[in-house]
Design a protein. Structure first.
Lengths: 179, 204
């Protein structure tokens, strides 16, 4: 009996080591999560939650300027990046969310100085909804001779194209850093 | 000389892991282009080797021979993961600068080598002295190499965002080859030659 128990001692020992190691790593992960969550900027998180509704946590890479967004279970929801484009009156800044390398999740406009009447046209005509789940390759201002693209709103063409160009500025250079 | 002092001194000069044993060269070459990264890597290395040597030495009589390498790897990988998570939480700039090389400490031949060759066969105090000596030896080597690489490759020294000084001519015209991996080999070779010349290192 003792001999047969001795035979399994290495396996038993290995299992104990693995369990202790897992427990230690779980403890370290708790500390890590608490520290990282305490550093979250609530304003940025609120913006990210407008793009990814389940977002509870993000990390930011200074080198690539990409926000990586996670849900409460630390599963990656996607990425978010800032970009600028020129509208009719001036700069338009957007915060564009990417689900992955190929799909835009959603966008929000952070800054614009367009005429209100033109801007309302974009909102009333659901212009921004075109970006939801849009394929990255289709993110360009639509032209009559080209299939696909994002349709501009008539009467607010410059503002529409400004938003599309801002999204393109945000995502095109960053795709190489995204999984 | 007591056993503790002997083991401690051994790693710093006589068996310096980088200049004499030429071990762990992957992180040495990769992270010594700036002083910040070298300090970060030295800290991580010291934490992992001290903790793993201590635990392995404490458990040396319990570890079955047949699974000893597996156990060593699990222990080392656990400490590397913990150090990685702590770095990510408290020094994120160093964490992102070190990148994959921090995780690669889990398969660092020096750490595993000290566990197998020393900690698993010696008492706790000697294993601690060995780990401390090796850490200081590794740290000195990394800091020396990175100091010269940053000085020549960037023309000045900056630590954690604070510019300490900039050299007059090199500041404007740095020798960029020292920022590359080949620069690490050059600096390392020159330092080994210098230490051998002044008699600090005897057998290389």
């Amino acid at each position: 009996m003792i001999n047969s128990l001795k035979k399994y001692y290495p396996v038993f020992f290995l299992v104990v080591v693995i369990l202790v190691s897992s427990a230690l790593m779980m403890g370290a992960e708790k500390i890590n999560r608490a520290a990282l969550e305490s550093r979250q900027d609530p304003a940025t998180l609120a913006l990210l939650q407008q793009i990814f509704t389940n977002a509870t946590f993000y990390t930011y890479s200074v080198d690539t300027e990409i926000y990586t967004v996670y849900n409460s279970g630390r599963h990656k929801l996607g990425y978010a990046v800032y970009g600028d484009g020129m509208g009719y009156r001036g700069r338009i800044t957007v915060f564009a969310g990417l689900r992955d390398k190929e799909t835009i999740e959603n966008i929000i406009v952070i800054y614009q100085v367009e005429d209100l009447s033109y801007w309302y046209r974009l909102e009333l005509n659901n212009f921004f909804d075109q970006f939801i789940e849009l394929n990255v390759e289709d993110c360009y201002p639509s032209f009559t001779w080209l299939p696909g693209g994002v349709d501009s709103i008539s009467g607010a063409t410059f503002s529409s194209r400004g938003v599309v160009n801002a999204v393109r500025d945000a995502i095109l250079d960053k795709l190489q850093y995204i999984d | 000389m007591s056993g503790f002092a002997k083991e401690f001194k051994k790693g710093i000069v006589i068996s310096n892991p980088v200049f004499v044993l030429a071990l762990s060269l992957c992180p040495v070459l990769a992270v010594t282009n700036t002083l910040d990264k070298a300090i970060g890597m030295s800290g991580a290395f010291a934490l992992v080797i001290i903790a793993s040597n201590l635990i392995i030495s404490l458990m040396r009589k319990m570890i079955p021979d047949i699974v000893r390498i597996l156990v060593f790897i699990i222990i080392i990988a656990t400490f590397v993961s913990i150090v990685e998570m702590l770095f990510q939480a408290y020094i994120p700039t160093i964490y992102s600068a070190l990148g994959i090389y921090l995780s690669l400490l889990a398969v660092n031949c020096l750490i595993l080598g000290r566990a197998e060759a020393f900690a698993s066969k010696n008492k706790v105090s000697d294993s601690l002295a060995d780990a401390l000596g090796m850490s200081i030896g590794f740290c000195l080597a990394l800091i020396l190499i990175s100091f010269f690489r940053e000085l020549l490759g960037k023309g000045g020294i900056t630590i954690f965002g604070n510019e300490l000084f900039t050299l007059p001519v090199l500041g404007d015209h740095p020798i960029s080859v020292f920022g590359m991996s080949i620069g690490a080999f050059l600096v390392m070779g020159l330092l080994v030659a210098f230490f051998k010349w002044i008699g600090v290192i005897k057998d290389v």
